[in-house]
Design a protein around this ligand. Structure first.
Ligand code: IPE
Ligand code: IPE
Ligand code: MG
Length: 263
C-alpha cells in the first residue's frame, strides 16, 4: 500500500501488488513545451521543470523496486528543433548530473545512456560519461537515458552488425533469431530486462515517435494526458496500478485454475 499526497493535498491510497511491479518501465516524457506555453513561459522552462520531474520519478521508481527506468530524453529527430532549444536540451544532462549524482549514489542507482552519444557535444558527452563512471558500482535500479536515440536507426545499426558477422563467417543467416537481434540492439545494455513491461507516454499524444519499436512488441502501453512537467510520483503509482490491472496474454489465453489442472 502506498499513500501519496495528491495535487489538491488530499491523500490518495494506491494499492500495488509488490510482487508485480513492472521490472522495466519506459517513459516518453512529452509535453514540456506545451506546459511552458500554457504558462506563457519560453519552451525551455518546460524542459527545466521536466528535469526536476525526472529526479522525483527516478526516486519513486527506485523505491518501488523497478529494475530499469528508461527515459526518452532526446530523439534522433529532435535535432530538427531550433538551435537555441537543442542547445538548452544538450546542456540539461550537465546540470542534471552535476546536482543529482550524489542522490543517485545514495539510492544505489546506476546510470546508463543509450543512443548515438558520439554525436553529442563534448560537454554533454563528458557529463554523461562521468555519471556512468561515478555510478558504475551501483547495483540497484538502472536509470537508462535514451539520448539521441531512434529506434529505426538502432535497428539498422544492429542489422549492419549482424551483416558484418555473416560476412566474417561468425554467423549464419539461418542462425539469426530474436535473441540475435536483441544482442545487437542498444537495450542489450540493460539485459536481461531488454523489453519494457510498461511504456508510458505523457501529454496526450498517442504515438510511439520512434521509441523501442522492436522491444515494445508485448509491452503494456499507457497514454496519459498529464504533461511531463506535471507528472508526479502519484501519477506513476496510478499508472503502475493500471498496469497491474491488465492481463498480459502474449497471444495465449488467460490461464484459469481449472484449465491448468486439466493439463
Ligand atoms: C518533450 O517535450 C521533451 C523532448 C522532446 C525533448 P516537448 O518539447 O516535445 O513538448 P511538446 O510536445 O512540444 O509540448
Ligand atoms: C518524443 O517526443 C521524443 C522525446 C520525448 C524525447 P516528440 O515531441 O519529439 O515527438 P513528436 O514529434 O510529437 O512525435
Ligand atoms: Mg513533444
Amino acid at each position: 500500500m502506498f499513500k501519496q499526497k495528491a495535487a489538491d493535498d488530499t491523500t490518495v491510497e494506491i494499492k500495488l501488488d509488490e510482487e508485480r511491479i513492472p521490472k522495466h518501465v519506459a517513459i516518453i516524457m512529452d509535453g514540456n513545451g506545451r506546459w511552458a506555453q500554457k504558462k506563457l513561459l519560453p519552451r525551455v522552462a518546460g524542459h527545466k521543470q521536466g528535469m526536476e520531474v525526472v529526479k522525483e520519478i527516478t526516486k519513486t521508481a527506485s523505491d518501488l523496486g523497478v529494475k530499469v527506468l528508461t527515459l526518452y530524453a532526446f530523439s534522433t529527430e529532435n535535432w530538427k528543433r531550433p538551435a537555441s532549444e537543442v542547445n538548452f536540451l544538450m546542456d540539461l544532462p550537465v546540470k542534471f548530473f552535476d546536482k543529482f549524482v550524489p542522490e543517485l549514489i545514495e539510492k544505489n542507482v546506476k546510470v546508463n545512456v543509450m543512443g548515438y552519444t558520439d554525436q553529442l557535444p563534448a560537454s554533454t558527452r563528458k557529463a554523461v560519461d562521468d555519471a556512468i563512471a561515478q555510478t558504475s558500482q551501483n547495483t540497484g535500479m538502472i536509470l537508462n537515458f535514451a539520448l539521441n536515440y531512434g529506434s529505426r536507426a538502432e535497428i539498422i545499426s544492429g542489422i549492419q552488425t549482424l551483416a558484418t558477422e555473416v560476412l566474417e563467417n561468425k554467423l549464419k543467416p539461418d542462425e539469426i533469431d530474436e535473441k540475435t537481434l536483441d544482442r545487437v540492439l542498444m537495450t542489450q545494455q540493460v539485459a536481461p530486462y531488454n523489453d519494457p513491461d510498461l511504456l508510458i507516454r505523457t501529454s496526450g499524444e498517442e504515438r510511439i515517435s520512434n521509441f523501442l519499436l522492436w522491444q515494445i512488441a508485448y509491452s503494456e502501453l499507457i497514454f496519459t494526458d498529464v504533461l511531463w512537467p506535471d507528472y508526479k510520483p502519484v501519477n506513476l503509482l496510478a499508472d503502475i496500478a493500471k498496469y497491474q490491472a491488465r492481463d498480459r496474454r502474449y497471444g495465449g489465453i488467460k490461464e484459469t485454475k481449472k484449465e491448468s489442472t486439466d493439463k
